[in-house]
Design a protein around this ligand. Structure first.
Ligand code: UD1
Ligand code: CA
Length: 425
């Protein structure tokens, strides 16, 4: 057997309880889909992934093709259960002689670290087939881990098939499996549908392995939060909360001040430098990089693809999207900065808007502000537009043309004063 690992990710299911017109695995947490988290947690470990698609196959395939070069989608139609789903990948793995990790596509909280420990455990036990389990106070609908008298793994029983004694077990099947492929692959042509749901259960490979004298193990995941599967909107909200807490704790451990963790939301893919302060009610989604000594919020909204250099201030009700901001630049109040490139030492007055979207051509354009530009309050910068170094823009202007360096740009109706107007009315 060689050391290569490939993955099979199960994402063909309907997700009935989401009550949605979108695939369950494309629902988003902080702007990234549930399936995106699963693919990311394993992408540094595997050489290739097979994503099994079925319900909303076109959407899921488009997502995978756009974002993951080393992943292929494989259609499962009809969807006859998790075991049937894996068998769809068998033709692609016929001559593969490494390990296959199978992941349920609805596990956004699983970390790369836990997957690595799981693989180490499998190898240290010389296991042929290892499943990941965890202990839950409320094991709900999860498959139950049934052990032999000597504590070794016996089988997995789905909640719907369980006896009263089995249903009381609190150790559950997380939905992550590691297989020495050459030894297990023939199981997938031998599964049956002899169960309460009339489906081919992936979980039956444990009993199959035992029958065929293979070495099977269960690895107990310590942090059971990571096993949380998304089946409903409530699950989605809960997973977002757990992911956020995890992120805020790690930021605080690394020197970022979070004034009020209970009202602050920051995506996993956001990096923040030390001594930056995040004020309450700030929401940060997508992938972003924020430097050191910045002040963000209160009530700031960063929407992804945002890079903010050291010493910047992004104040209240400022929204930033797909923009680069140089060091010591401030946007203190009530502004929108989108598709922009801002230099350093810029001041953006209150109420400034980059008008980046043309609703007729449906295209977006760029705003470029060079170093030391000062934008007066209530300015609209109609993109595409570029303002040269040091130029000032008068308050209330609508800027529709490029302006060079060290100039003043101003578009403003002249002020009229009509004396005694109020008295004479
Ligand atoms: C499954 C496990 C259960 C485990 C739980 C963990 C089985 C039989 N049971 O149950 O032991 O505790 O996950 O969350 O595997 N899918 C397909 N094709 C299908 C059916 C499902 O691709 O034909 C995908 C789904 O999209 C989903 C994953 O497989 O991502 C799991 O399916 P789901 O229906 O959620 O399984 P559970 O009943 O939760
Ligand atoms: Ca599930």
């Amino acid at each position: 057997m060689n050391k290569e690992i490939k993955s099979v990710i199960l994402a063909a299911g309907k997700g009935t309880r989401m009550k949605s017109n979108t695939s369950k695995v494309l629902h988003k947490i902080f702007g990234k889909s549930v399936l995106g988290y699963v693919l990311d947690s394993s992408k540094n470990i595997v050489s290739e992934s097979f994503v099994i698609v079925g319900h909303h196959a076109e959407e899921v395939t488009a997502f995978v093709e756009k974002n993951y070069q080393n992943a292929k989608t494989v259609l499962q139609s009809p969807q006859l259960g998790t075991g049937h789903a894996v068998s769809m990948a068998c033709p692609y793995l016929e001559n593969f002689d490494g390990q296959v990790i199978i992941l349920n596509g609805d596990l956004p909280l699983m970390t790369e670290d836990s997957i690595r420990k799981f693989i180490e455990y499998h190898n240290s036990k010389n296991s042929d087939l290892t499943i990941m389990s965890t202990i839950l106070d409320d094991p709900a609908n999860y498959g139950r881990i049934i052990r032999e008298k000597d504590d070794s793994l016996k089988c997995i029983v789905e909640a719907k098939d369980a006896s009263p004694e089995e249903i009381s077990v609190k150790e559950i099947n997380v939905g992550v499996y590691l297989l020495n492929w050459g030894k297990i692959k023939s199981a997938f042509s031998q599964l049956t549908t002899n169960n309460a749901q009339g489906e081919y259960y992936l979980t039956d490979i444990i009993s199959w392995g035992k029958k065929n004298n293979l070495n099977v193990h269960a690895y107990i995941l310590e942090n059971s939060d990571e096993s949380y599967g998304i089946n409903s909107r409530k699950d989605l909200a809960y997973a977002t909360k757990i992911m956020n807490e995890r992120k805020l704790n790690s930021l605080m451990d690394n020197g970022v001040t979070i004034v009020d963790p209970s009202s602050t939301w920051i995506s996993e893919d956001t990096e923040i430098g030390a001594d930056t302060i995040i004020y309450p009610s700030t929401y940060i989604e997508g992938k972003n990089k924020i430097g050191k000594n910045c002040k963000i919020g209160p009530c700031a909204h960063l929407r992804g693809d945002v890079e903010i250099d050291d010493g910047c201030k992004i104040g209240n009700f400022v929204e930033v999207k797909k923009s680069k901001i140089g060091h010591n630049t401030n946007a203190g109040h009530l502004s929108y900065i989108g598709d922009s490139e801002l230099g350093s030492h810029i001041n953006i007055g209150a109420g400034t808007i980059t008008a980046n979207y043309d609703p007729i051509s449906k295209t977006k354009s760029k705003t470029i502000l060079k170093d030391n530009v000062k934008i007066g309050s209530n300015t609209v910068l109609v993109a595409p537009v570029e303002i040269g170094e040091g130029t000032n823009i008068g308050a209330g202007s609508v800027i529709t043309k490029n302006i060079g360096e060290w100039a003043l740009g101003i578009t403003r109706a002249p002020l009229r004063i009509i004396e005694n107007w109020v008295k004479n009315r």
